[in-house]
Design a binder for this molecule. Structure first.
Ligand code: ZN
Length: 60
């Protein structure tokens, strides 16, 4: 079963803001980095549901 998590990217050379990249153990980076954690959580949830739709016989 794939693991989907939010990877926090820090940018010390920039404004100091972090970005949140959704990472999937099967697909790697999911979409583009998000500036808001809540936005990344939304994308994480969406990808999680995509997995459930693609793998209907597997449960977590
Ligand atoms: Zn995936």
């Amino acid at each position: 079963m794939a693991r989907i998590r939010i990877w926090i990217q820090t940018k010390p050379d920039d404004t100091g803001r972090s970005r949140y990249q959704v990472m999937c153990s099967e697909h790697g980076p999911v979409g583009d980095p998000h500036e808001l954690h809540a936005s990344a959580e939304s994308a994480q949830s969406t990808h999680h549901h995509d997995h459930k739709a693609a793998l209907p016989h597997r449960t977590e």
